[in-house]
Write a protein that binds this ligand. Sequence first.
Ligand code: F6P
Length: 380
Amino acid sequence: MATRQIGILTAGGDSPGLNAAIRGVGKAAMGYYKMHVIGFRDGFRGLMENRTMALDGGQLSGILTLGGTILGTSRDKPHKMPVGGKLLDMTDAIVANYHEHHLDCLVCLGGGGTLKNALRLKEKGLNVINLPKTIDNDVWGTDTTFGFDTALSIATECIDRLHSTAHSHHRIIVVEIMGHRAGWLALGAGLAGGADVILIPEIPYDVESIAEAIRERVNSGKPFSIVAVAEGAISKQDLAALAAAKQQKKATKEKARKAAKPPRKMDDGEADAAELIYASRTLRLAKQLEKLTGLEARLTILGHLQRGGAPSAADRILATRLGTAAADLIAKKHYGVLVAARGEGTRPLPIEEVAGKVKTVPPDHPLILSARRVGTNFGD
Ligand code: F6P
């Protein structure tokens, strides 16, 4: 049997555990199964530009504990890649490079966006395998994703540290936590860090309900509060305004379509304003709470601190488990799947079954119920 040729790339936002996964795939594929493995740099862009990295000369040694990705990453999509100032469909170039390297399989380490890109390549006839990576933990079909556990510990430690300063100054500290459109990270860190209020995208909030909870704490002798806010959390009012704006946009588009005119594009000022509204939502919340409670409020945005540095032991184990399972599947020629973590083991799920789906927090999730039992306010 000819030696199997494997390509590997990391795409989307980086995540602790990526190097452990690259090592897991690579060591199992090369060492155990005697396959050839080659890395592509900077996600799908590197595959399109044919920029490779050898992985068979000791490059996998000493990377288990490293944060980031030795391959580099990008958010470039095969079908919409910025090239020469334009967004071009570069899928054919990617397919050509896949064949030029005589690949039997491309292993893509990424989250929801990467799964959609992997599906496009699968539909072009390529053999792909996806490993679920993201600090957001929002990949559908898998128990968890690598990167999440590390980010959870970092965000929790930050909340711990914010507690003592909030306590000393009798302040509200609003802490913004990543997670894209899912609340897993804010919910987990908020619960582990004992946040008094947790706001997640899945439960739209009412600022008055939060203020009331904070005032009650003041009345019971606790003149400080920690408010853990997922970056995608939204108030009931903003949600309604967003829905109305979407409706209006749709109507305007429809009107332009009927009049056979191209829809009007947002000018730079409008685009900046739209971005600002999103970026300043947590700041606005802090200001509103200050006004409604009479307490001083501060905002801390944890940002990319949550994604940097060494992976936790749990993420190293998970990434190794999923990486070696990918090599096992390649050995069996079982392609076109997401390697999902299920219980102690793994399960291959057809990519078309998971791509495009997002795992959000069910509002009746046991963790939410537990948090409510210990008095946490969700702003609803
Ligand atoms: O998906 C991971 C994530 O960190 C999200 O939590 C966050 O919304 C996003 O990436 C930030 O992306 P970037 O690093 O491109 O700013």
